[in-house]
Design a protein around this ligand. Structure first.
Ligand code: ADP
Length: 627
């Protein structure tokens, strides 16, 4: 038997490991199963190049929990190690790696962004074990070796009688980690970290019921057998070529990934590059709608089929973090902080690639089946609109597939919309006027008025729409967006005919004075000569002020502090209406006041602005009027 002292400068590395990685103890299992997987894949490679002349067979990795003995066994059938190799790889490589890691980690301990504590390797075993044994038999014709270490730098190494190839790691679980002796805990961890690892992983057995034979009698009782309980799928969909997969396969994989998710994804994007970086994966567009529910099922990041994290911030462009699915890339540095990650050139390339791929896929979907794309629009628009605002590369491509729906569900691209509006919907400066509504119910009367005049009205109801409109106007100088209730329609859109005013200037002056006597200060009165059929009183909210206010409310970076501004309204009065003449000609002051107030309340009502005390007063006045 050999005993020795592991050559580490820290007197006792293990308390450090425990201390620094306190919150992530559970990753020991991922690390040890990864080592077993590596050992198996290495053997496969050696066999394939003729260096190892042994049978590969059907190797598996097995996890066993011995609750009484307080032990966890992790056994692989990989290439194993000779005693010399244990000296070298465990005592030197593994522990020098441990020191290096701790050095790095100490500095960034406060930066909690280190991804998944990856690359911890073998010594992460000491996060949960007070003693670790390795019993290993190399594929080479050499005796097996038995290494033991109790967490101090001292170890023992002696021959063992193991005859089968591979490595068994035995963890003597420490008193403060006994939770890891629960089957449910272990299967939970395997399911989280190892669900798609490339070598089958066995944890326990399960009872399988055999099918009933053809000639079975009535009272036949199905036979059962005990089979290995393999917890992983070694060939997940993302490792396959898109040509090998059907729509159904993609959907099945989605269910495999998120077993608790019952909603089907809208479509998927298969990622597959190997130069200048290596990345595979499948992203899914879930049904999002406009209410963004708290996201539980997130995009998962893997490295060579080993789960790392579901925090892909910095790797996936922010607007796509609302998607679901998997990305797998060995080229993402994992032992760096989030800020380091964002500065990394390879990661930036990956993020740009994902943006481009998503844009290309959207364009293809739009071109292949526009009807279908239109039907999905409401569920995907929030992601796309956010992408247009946050990623210039995406914005450049978005013109080809981003849609502008009307209140009646006709969908235009921006170019189509421009074509549609150019003859009929321009303002006095010749700009195309894009009329839109933010809410079909609240702006119903305005929508109807605009439609009656033959205008197109869009329905743009995303929470970030005012920001997007602002950006689109900046890039399309020939277009202006105005909400249907931002002014009288005839003021928004140029009309050839000029309506002649029935009232003289003197009469207008008198009317204005009478109106202002009864109308609250929050409204500025605006007299317009319109055709006599138009609404006599109309409340409007000027586009610019409203939009700025919305933008500051939805995170426009404290735009002039407009979030606190009072609402500003115009009261447009049609001087050609019978009501205007009526108000003008009413001598009795209290009758005139009633007329004005009633008309104002009706206008408010149509804009959903009449509430509380005012509404009560309105209802009372109305009853009085019809008494
Ligand atoms: P890493 O796996 O990142 O190289 P580890 O600290 O996990 O670092 O392991 C150090 C070395 O020990 C590995 O590179 C490998 O050579 C050897 N090793 C660890 N576990 C096994 C195993 N189950 N079978 C064979 N060799 C192993």
């Amino acid at each position: 038997m050999t005993t020795g002292k592991i050559n580490v400068s820290v007197e006792n590395i293990f308390p450090l490991i425990k201390k620094f990685l306190y919150s992530d103890h559970e990753i020991f299992l991922r690390e040890l199963v990864s080592n077993g997987t590596d050992a198996t894949l290495k053997l496969k490679h050696l066999i394939s190049i003729g260096e190892a002349k042994v049978e590969y067979g059907n190797p598996i990795i097995e996890i066993k929990v011995d609750k009484e003995g307080k032990k966890i066994h992790i056994t692989d059938q990989g290439l194993g190690m000779t005693a010399d190799e244990v000296e070298k790889y465990i005592n030197q490589v593994a522990f020098s790696g441990a020191e290096e890691f701790l050095d790095k980690y100490k500095d960034s301990a406060k930066d909690s962004g280190i991804i998944g504590h990856f690359g911890l390797g073998f010594y992460s075993a000491f996060m949960v074990a007070e003693k670790v044994e390795i019993i290993t038999k190399s594929y080479k014709d050499e005796p097996a070796a038995h290494w033991t270490c109790d967490g101090s730098p001292e170890f023992t190494l002696e021959p063992a009688d193991k005859t089968s190839r591979g490595t068994e790691i035995i963890l003597h679980v420490a008193e403060d980690s006994l939770e890891f002796l629960e089957d449910s805990k272990i299967s939970g961890l395997l399911n989280k970290y190892n669900k798609f690892m490339p070598i089958p992983i066995k944890f326990g057995t399960r009872t399988e019921t055999l099918p009933k034979p053809e000639d079975a009698p009535e009272d036949y009782i199905n036979e059962t057998v005990e089979t290995d309980n393999i917890i992983n799928n070694p060939n997940p969909a993302w490792t396959k070529q898109p040509s090998e997969l059907s729509d159904e396969d993609y959907k099945n994989f989605y269910r495999e990934l998120y077993p608790m998710q019952f909603e089907e994804p809208l479509f998927n994007i298969h990622l597959n590059v190997d130069y200048p970086f290596n990345l595979t994966g499948i992203l899914y567009f879930p049904k999002l709608g406009s209410d963004m529910q708290i996201q539980k099922d997130k995009i998962q990041l893997y490295q060579n089929q080993v789960y790392v994290t579901d925090n892909v911030e910095g790797i996936v462009p922010e607007f796509l973090t609302m998607l679901k699915g998997v990305i797998d890339s060995p080229d993402i540095p994992l032992n760096v902080s989030r800020s380091g990650l964002q500065a990394d050139g390879a990661v930036k390339k990956i993020s740009n690639y994902i943006t481009r791929k998503v844009a290309d896929k959207l364009k293809a979907l739009f071109n292949e089946n526009r009807d279908d794309f239109e039907q999905k629009w409401n569920d995907i628009k929030i992601v796309l609109e956010y992408g247009m605002l946050s990623e210039d590369k995406f914005y450049e491509k978005a013109g080809a597939f981003v849609l502008y729906p009307t209140v009646d569900d006709t969908y235009f691209t921006l170019e189509e919309l421009k074509e549609k509006l150019k003859d009929n919907q321009t303002d006095k400066d010749g700009k195309l006027v894009v009329l839109y509504a933010g809410n079909k119910d609240a702006q119903h009367s305005y929508i109807e008025t605009a439609k009656a005049k033959g205008y197109e009205v869009l329905l743009l109801d995303s929470p970030i729409i005012s920001h997007l409109i602002q950006k689109i106007e900046g890039d399309n100088k020939d277009v202006t967006f105005v909400r249907v209730d931002s002014d009288h329609i005839d003021n928004l859109i140029k009309k050839d005919e000029n309506t002649i005013s029935k009232l003289s200037d003197q009469e207008k002056e008198t009317l204005k004075t009478s109106l202002e006597a009864y109308i609250p200060k929050a409204y500025s009165v605006q007299l317009e000569a319109m055709d006599s059929q138009a609404a006599p009183f109309l409340i409007t909210q000027p586009e610019f002020m409203r939009r700025m206010k919305e933008m500051s409310q939805s995170g426009g970076g404290g735009m002039f502090g407009m979030g606190n501004m009072p609402e500003m309204y115009n009261l447009v009065v049609n001087t050609n209406s019978d009501l205007a003449s009526n108000i003008l000609n009413t001598e009795d002051k209290s009758t005139q006041e009633n007329l004005v107030k009633q008309a104002l309340d009706l206008a408010k009502l149509s804009q959903n602005l009449l509430k509380g005390e005012e509404l009560t007063a309105f209802v009372k006045r109305s009853f009085d009027l019809i008494k």
